[in-house]
Design a protein around this ligand. Structure first.
Ligand code: SF4
Length: 467
């Protein structure tokens, strides 16, 4: 039995027509314009939100006229109608020569997969649109620069059993399958996702669970893949139940991009199942404000209402979200969706990723443009996942300028300079040290210390509200 949702759509991608019937007339220019230009409004009340954003409605009208709203909002329909081949994609967007050549030459590299919902958010004409670049291949994926690698984080060499990456002492990555409904061109795990080699077979999962059972240092398990929410509810329920039976596993997280690429997946049945396994956290993956649609808002609201804390992991991508205004807009919308910006990742140097990677300086500028200029909760931690498996290394702009005597020199978010009293505390209290130097006994030195004037004693350390 196939436990993923892709029952009718097993990888690698077929060339079967799934989207447009051959005899369907082409959409009118007016409809195409609407699809291309529509930008979903952002509303705050989930209950009042339209079930479909204007962009999705325009797309459905253009390319799935016969499909009912009910079918469109059913994730099974979305999965079954994913766009996976040149033939299908060029019927809904105008491909650039570069995109067309990349799809034709794609071969066995990272497969293509885009849900109709996510496709509705892409520009039909503009190949430079940020979201479009993240899911439509480019010939630049075939250019491998020095320092790039298929497995830059050395996950394979930190894998004690198939499906487990054990890098930090107390936590692991549990790769439950390699399937995603929508494939990101910058995926760190593009060497494995979509290739159908990591399956959610019970035997494979049991082997991984067994490793967790016999490793008592593991207190935190992050389910990842592929996308764990691609599994059927029953299979995910089974995995979570098994994990909850292990006494030393305290903390379980699910890493998923579903709220962004297939928000229809967040069904009442899924929510009901997830609620059985608290405390459960979720790391969602949004990278651009255009992903924050009414559908995504509704999906995140359901998860948050179920008591699942949501943190967002965003990858910094050149030409997609590498400017302060785009990033700030994304972070604000995440907060409105009750998602806490968690990490901003420097893009990993996977093979063929140079066109997505910014300089680290650019990332620092973005953090500087957020810190102090907006809500602290809206500022994620900027990190580099160290090549070779060194783990996440935090990066932040330099706010500590230096030291002037007993003062630290600091720079605030406006670039203004401030001094903070931070006296250099000697290893031993000066009065006691001086007493010993002069031949006094330890007892008399302490008496001297007790009798010392208050302003001198105040130099011995901080005995304030935190003391
Ligand atoms: S959803 Fe995650 S695992 Fe899947 S392709 Fe995108 S980044 Fe990779």
């Amino acid at each position: 039995m196939n436990d993923a949702l892709n029952v009718a759509n097993s990888e690698p991608p077929s060339t079967r027509s799934e989207v447009i019937q051959e005899d369907e007339p082409p959409p009118s220019p007016a409809v195409l314009h609407q699809f291309n230009e529509a930008r979903p409004p952002f509303l705050l009340n989930a209950k009042k939100l339209a079930r479909m954003s204007p962009a999705s409605r325009a797309y459905k009208r253009a390319f799935h006229k016969e499909t009912t709203d009910r079918e469109w909002n059913d994730w099974h329909w979305q999965v079954k109608n994913r766009l996976r081949s040149l033939e299908h994609i060029e019927k809904v967007i105008e491909l650039s020569p570069d995109e067309r050549a990349a799809i034709e030459q794609g071969g066995s590299m990272l497969p293509i997969g885009i849900t109709p919902y996510y496709m509705s958010l892409l520009s039909r004409l503009n190949a430079r649109q940020g979201l479009r670049r993240t899911v439509i291949p480019s010939l630049q994926e075939f250019v491998r620069l020095p320092g790039e690698a298929d497995d830059p984080l050395a996950e394979d060499s930190h894998s004690p059993v198939p499906g487990i990456v054990h890098r930090y002492p107390d936590r692991i990555l549990f790769l439950v399958l390699d399937y995603c409904t929508t494939y990101c061109r910058y995926c760190t795990r593009s060497r494995v996702v979509g290739h159908g080699e990591i399956t959610a077979s019970s035997a494979r999962l049991e082997q991984a669970l067994d490793y967790i059972r016999r490793t008592p240092t593991i207190r935190d398990v992050l389910l990842s893949g592929g996308d764990p929410l691609s599994l059927k509810d029953e299979k995910l329920d089974w995995i979570l139940t098994k994990l909850r039976e292990i006494p030393h596993v305290e903390f379980v997280r699910i890493g998923t991009k579903m709220p962004a690429v297939l928000p229809q997946r967040i069904t009442p049945e899924l929510i009901k199942m997830l609620k059985k396994h608290h405390p459960l956290w979720m790391s969602v993956h949004f990278l651009h404000p255009d992903e924050c649609t009414p559908e995504a808002f509704r999906a995140c609201s359901k998860l948050a209402d179920a008591g699942i804390p949501l943190g967002c992991q965003t990858v910094l991508l050149k030409g997609v979200n590498d400017d302060v205004e785009t990033m700030k807009s994304l972070m604000h919308k995440l907060l409105l969706m009750r998602v806490r910006p968690y990490y901003l990742y420097q893009c990993d140097p996977i093979s063929g990723s140079a066109h997505f990677r910014t300089t680290v300086q650019k990332g620092l500028e973005i953090i500087q443009g957020l810190r102090g200029h907006t809500t602290g909760y809206a500022v994620p931690q900027y990190v580099i996942d160290a090549p070779g498996g060194g783990g996440k290394i935090p990066l932040q702009p330099e706010y500590l300028v230096g030291r002037e005597g007993d003062h630290l020199v600091l720079k605030n978010f406006e670039g203004k300079t401030f001094h903070y009293p931070d006296p250099v505390v000697p290893e031993r209290p000066p009065v006691a040290a001086e007493a010993e130097t002069n031949g006094y006994s330890r007892r008399s030195a302490l008496r001297t210390l007790r009798e010392a004037p208050e302003d001198l004693l105040s130099n011995q350390g901080h005995l304030c509200h935190s003391g």
